[in-house]
Write a protein that binds this ligand. Structure first.
Ligand SMILES: *Cc1c(COP(=O)(O)O)cnc(C)c1O
Length: 420
């Protein structure tokens, strides 16, 4: 067996950490490229500001069709001192500094981090179509987009996406609301409640027997046949990425309101659950634009799906999958069950990411229970990957603020929550 022309033994010789990774042990990998290579992207702060401005134009529309948003799709920050005490007791660690939780689990509309990127890409596409057909100008009050004239207009167009679940929820719900014909391609092992909810919202769900990657490819092929179909590409989309990045501008404001400083004495450590990479990558990119060298971002992956870790460590990015290394990609953290990372995101992250750590399903499930017991917060397993961050990197990062990004949970039906 060779992987990209090298034997497994060669790979292990170059990267001794592979031994533990292949045995599905929890690891911490420090990114040796941090600060050494130059950024490989032409994206900049101007692009993030452009995305934020677009979201502002849509505020009256969000306010109208999703009144619970008040026009802005944003989540609060919670202090979780009870959970901090529980972690310190259970894991025999001492967490220096404050432990905060970013509550993307209660983001409106889609109940997960995907409400950021997914909804942004859909509204961007809708705006482009409406402006292009001269039925909208940028100075209009966008609440008119809820009118029949517009939903009928959008119904002539299709949007298609492949998803392990949450991206489909976000894109499906938003697209259907605007009036688009929307199809979500899922692997057949995707969570049943997510498929049911989408169908209830008028979304066409296509189930594929093969795995997620194959579902995406099939969806892309079907969409490419139609001129009026727009395919949202989870792996390469700059729009998704920028939609996520806007979170950084909002976080800066939230920190200012709370009097939290980010500087050399008080660095910010952010722990982000990672699947294909777009969500955590976009947010980390935005945070680096906003806080510069004083922010340290870590990605968290399941021990069974360490795709971004393998991509970054080997430098192979999207040219390698966890399956190539004999890892099964089976995890209860369905939002993170991605075997092949985004090459686009990997390249952008290479010079800025602090490191990647992995976490077992058992630990995520234990933490799911603890945070419910101590804080009455219901999360989905993926959302707990960030929670072992302060412990995984203990000693490497200490002072300052620790921000765990809780990425999903509020849409999980009560009868399904905590089942696994
Ligand atoms: C999708 C998802 C992530 C990770 O986002 P990627 O863009 O796939 O890296 C993390 N948590 C949850 C709950 C998700 O749905």
């Amino acid at each position: 067996m060779t992987i990209a022309g090298k034997s497994l033994e060669q790979w292990k010789g170059e990267h001794p950490l592979l031994d533990d990774i292949l045995q599905l042990k929890e690891v911490y990998w420090r990114n040796p490229q941090k600060g050494k290579t130059t950024p490989t992207t032409d994206l900049s702060m101007a692009d993030i500001l452009d995305a934020e401005a677009r979201m502002k134009r849509f505020a009256p529309y969000f306010h109208k069709v999703f009144p619970e948003t008040n026009g802005i799709i944003e989540s609060p920050i919670s202090e979780i001192s009870n959970m901090k005490a529980k972690l310190e007791e259970e894991e025999q660690i001492k967490i220096q500094g404050d432990l905060l939780l970013k509550r993307d689990d209660i983001l409106p509309i889609a109940g997960s981090i995907k409400a950021r990127g997914g909804i942004y890409e859909v509204i961007k596409h809708a705006e482009k179509l409406a402006l292009g057909h001269a039925i909208l100008t940028k100075d209009d009050d966008y609440s008119i987009l809820a009118d029949k004239k517009f939903t009928e207009f959008f119904s002539a167009f299709s949007i298609s996406v492949g998803s392990t679940g949450n991206l489909g929820l976000s894109i499906g719900i938003m697209s259907a609301k605007l009036g688009f014909n929307v199809t979500v391609h899922m692997s057949s092992d995707a969570k049943q409640w997510k498929k049911d909810l989408l169908r209830k919202k008028g979304v066409q769900v296509v189930e594929h027997q093969a795995d997620y990657g194959a579902a995406v490819e099939e969806g892309r092929k079907q969409c490419e046949k139609k001129l009026t179909c727009y395919f949202i590409d989870d792996e390469n989309s700059k729009d998704l990425f920028l939609g996520y990045a806007v979170a950084a501008l909002r976080l800066k404001k939230q920190f200012e309101e709370r009097g939290i400083k980010v500087n050399a004495e008080n660095p910010l450590h952010v722990y982000l659950p990672c699947g294909v990479g777009g969500g955590p990558g976009g947010i980390a990119f935005g945070l680096h634009q906003v806080f510069g060298e004083h922010v340290h971002c870590y990605f968290a992956e399941p021990t069974h799906s360490p795709s971004m870790l393998l991509g970054l460590m080997t430098g192979l990015h999207d040219q390698v999958s966890v399956q190539d290394f004999g890892i099964d990609n089976k995890t209860a953290a369905d939002g993170l069950a991605v075997g092949r990372p985004s090459g686009f995101v990997g390249h952008v992250m290479q010079p800025m990411l602090e490191g990647v750590y992995t976490v077992t399903d058992e630990r995520m499930k234990a933490m799911l229970k603890w945070i419910y017991e101590t804080e009455a917060i219901k999360l989905e397993p993926s959302a707990l990957a960030g929670m072992s961050g302060p412990q995984a990197v203990e000693g490497k990062s200490s002072r300052g603020t620790h921000l765990v990004w809780a990425t999903g949970g509020s849409l999980v039906p009560d009868e399904v929550w905590g089942e696994e």
